[in-house]
Design a binder for this molecule. Sequence first.
Ligand SMILES: Nc1ncnc2c1ncn2[C@@H]1O[C@H](COP(=O)(O)OP(=O)(O)OP(=O)(O)O)[C@@H](O)[C@H]1O
Length: 641
Amino acid sequence: MEDWEDDQSPVVTNTTFDNKESSWKSAGDGFGSQDGDNVWGSRKGSGDFKSFSSGVDENGNKEVDGGNSWNGGDCFRGRGSRGRGRGGFRNPFNSDSQSDFVGRGGRGGRRGEGGRGTFPQERRRGGGGYRGQDEEVFSKGSQKEHEEKEEGETTGPKVSYVPPPPPEEENSIFAHYETGINFEKYDDILVDVSGSNPPKAIMTFEEAQLCETLNRNVAKSGYVKPTPVQKHGIPIIFAGRDLMACAQTGSGKTAAFLLPILQQLMNDGVATSKFSEVQEPEVIIVAPTRELISQIYLEARKFAYGTCVRPVVVYGGTSTGFTIREVLKGCNVLCGTPGRLLDIIGRGEVGLSKVRYLVLDEADRMLDMGFEPTMRKLVNSPGMPPKEERQTLMFSATYPEDIQRLASDFLKVDYLFLAVGVVGGACSDIEQNIIQVTRYSKREQLLELLKATGTERTMVFVETKRSADFIATFLCQEKVPTTSIHGDREQREREKALGDFRTGQCPVLVATSVAARGLDIEQVQNVINFDLPKYIDEYVHRIGRTGRCGNTGRAVSFFDPESDTPLARALVKVLSGAKQEVPSWLEEVAYSAHGTTGFSPHGKVFASTDTRRGGFFQKNSEPQPAAQSTSAGDDDDEDWE
Ligand SMILES: Nc1ncnc2c1ncn2[C@@H]1O[C@H](COP(=O)(O)OP(=O)(O)OP(=O)(O)O)[C@@H](O)[C@H]1O
């Protein structure tokens, strides 16, 4: 670890390869774009792969070499002698498949690396056992992490960052990506609704009877047909029921709660009131990270377009004064990260007595050990209606059983549990590959993969903030246009990084778990787990940044038996649940890994369904009454305990 820190001497902490004048072109348009063949294979040796021209990174550091270097199969020529060894690594992004790999010790002479090729031990998280150390607040971790928690709140350094205003132009507000070829297959997913007396699902948006403005906004967003979580979730919310909903990543959970809530506000004639001294929102939406809550806010703003309902977003890392001014302009739907929300409430700028809806997005995360105390503070804040008098809605793609039990503290007794597919399962539109590695070979393998992905947008997940800096710096040095996002970066930098990634200016984003959940970025074709996370639910969320809304995607994970064996059994389960090939070596590791589960630290594995009892499955296209459960995999879980 210490060595590794020394090893990163030429650290560029703010790693963005700014390729404004980039001409990072390839012969094809991306992976598989040429007759289904991997263009990267054909590119090999062709030399037609022009690199982006170098520019200046966000620190103003001039990029070394000033130019390109990704010359097809002749990669890295002239960048130091790099011995090649045979690693037996099959590149899943490369149809040539048997790409040799740089083996341990094969490196040498590259500046600043001293030929070490080593990688740090993971900085283990403290015994708290919860994930997302880079998330908004209250993560256990280093002193520094504590110090920086919820910057801009009542403690810590004063933050003056004012985020750029959201788009005003209609086209930008409603910009969206297309649903993918598997969108229709959503209808085949089994849906389980448990709890008493669930309302009938809707099959179309017309059946939702949204008002004209909302209908128009839905259409302008490119939505033609509701997804399963929308078909079932919308009527449940309209019926006034509390809800714990679980549906796979990228399947439209955000609209499932926003649309019925906004419609109810419209029905009740709710309108924003400027100039009140205290704003009293009807809706509070909470999410664990700043970028995610900003995204939810933009969605709320989009659906509320042309109405009198005003959403506002508040999150850490931004100027508190600015936040307060925004709230005071009028606020019906208050979207926030937990710390900043509590701060604004504590300052008396927001009254809670009118709250009718409390939404926890990524609910399992919001209720785990990191955030649970804050959530309890929130629901116990003065003026907050008790759970009997508000509607509480929880959404996620994963729900460990103990979190479900804990969540019931926040919900009315008769809440409904909606499960689309197997709770905690990965989206089957994502092709998952697990590659056995040693920690010494990871960087080279990463480079090889990125060579194959070319200009495709790729998220690379690492476990620590330092690794994020380190890997991003390394990739920049290798002329891969890379940016990074993690909790030690300033908010301005985080937003710029995400912006550069969204626009494709930097097609590679190195991220910690801060970007694992919820982010909906167009055309993320690949996710690479450079480091596997400790817990399987985190894995499910990370890979869920690709393969969204019926589109296909790929995820490749580096499995280092030295550190990742505890995750093996959970991985096997998730892979087989998503009908993915399970490598035999992984099965072997899994079966020999006695006493380790890799599942959530909270005890049990992710549940197959409602922990209160077995639910019933409805074929999504034909909603049916209770008692027809064919709960997939209920028993299987036992095998994995
Ligand atoms: N009915 C629909 N028709 C077309 N596109 C949709 C529909 N519903 C949602 N989408 C789009 O699908 C994408 C994914 O939706 P969303 O971000 O709500 O997924 P999610 O289930 O919340 O994912 P995650 O679990 O990762 O948070 C978004 O771009 C959204 O606009």
